[in-house]
Design a protein around this ligand. Structure first.
Ligand code: NAP
Length: 247
């Protein structure tokens, strides 16, 4: 589905990003991915993925919240891969706390890593997309960006912001054949949700009509659809991958 395309996936050393990189490589895409600090994991993944699927794979240590770093990254990818066809703004963190106890640092860190990063990377890739008159941008939001969540005001605000950003990009870039959509995962089993205690996990799963947490593959499959020409007439949308949690 993505033969010969170049995909930039932020935060793919583990979790959902890693699942997306695997699905894309399996479907013929060349993969440029980023990570924050997992150097060993990233190097191993880079070698495994290219050996398994015979596509070009390169991991870059690059802080998605840093504007200058995003531009350096895009330049490095153009030099290494020649172009960028697909951008997945996936890198994200949580710093949960009730507002009463939330520090300014916890607020800023989450907004910068989850939301400002989408601005940074989209802006850095824009010239290439406009020149190509083609591109697919996918922003990883969350169901809590739609519903809100106690203890996650910073995270929910960052994810709601991403939805507004997605719709604005779809309107600004549609005439140039650049599409922008968002995916809102519900409860997906990764290290991010692995940090939650068992009672909280059970409470989440009980509210899900499909009665299970999602896998990274569940999210990657929707990403594959949105990145490929199968979704050529889809832009500005937020697709929930949440087992029916959000209706
Ligand atoms: P995860 O397992 O914690 O992985 C996060 C990834 O982001 C890692 O590769 C990490 O790199 C990278 N990262 C963190 N900060 C970064 C930065 N400043 N610059 C570049 N990369 C950075 O998270 P996940 O569960 O896969 O979540 C992926 C995305 O889906 C996030 O945006 C998250 O908000 C969203 N989401 C997840 C769920 C869920 O249930 N898991 C639900 C809804 C939405 P290192 O390994 O180097 O730290």
């Amino acid at each position: 589905m993505l033969k010969g395309k170049v995909a930039l996936i932020t935060g793919a050393s583990r979790g959902i990003g890693k699942g997306i990189a695997e699905a894309f490589a399996k479907n013929g895409a060349n993969i440029a991915f980023t990570f924050a600090s997992s150097v060993e994991k990233a190097r191993q993944f880079e070698a495994e993925l290219s050996a398994q699927y015979g596509v070009k794979v390169k991991g870059y240590q690059s802080d998605a919240s840093n504007f200058a770093a995003a531009h350096e990254l895009a330049d490095a990818i153009i030099a290494d891969f020649g172009t960028i066809d697909i951008l997945i703004n996936n890198a994200g963190i949580t710093r949960d706390n009730l507002l009463m106890r939330m520090t300014e640092e916890q607020w800023d860190e989450v907004i910068n890593t989850n939301l400002k990063s989408a601005f940074n990377l989209t802006k850095a890739c824009l010239k290439t997309f406009l020149k190509n008159r083609s591109g697919s941008i996918i922003n990883m939001t969350s169901v809590v960006g739609v519903t809100g969540n106690a203890g996650q005001s910073n995270y929910s605000a960052s994810k709601a912001g991403m939805i507004g950003f997605t719709k604005s990009m779809a309107k600004e870039l549609g005439s140039r054949n650049v599409r922008c959509n968002a995916i809102a995962p519900g409860f997906i089993e990764t290290e991010m949700t692995g940090a939650l205690n068992e009672d909280i996990k059970k409470q989440w799963v009980d509210t899900i009509p499909l009665k299970r947490g999602g896998s990274t593959e569940d999210v990657a499959n929707v990403c594959l659809f949105l990145a490929s020409d199968m979704s050529a007439y889809v832009t500005g949308q937020t697709i929930s991958v949440c087992g029916g949690m959000l209706m």
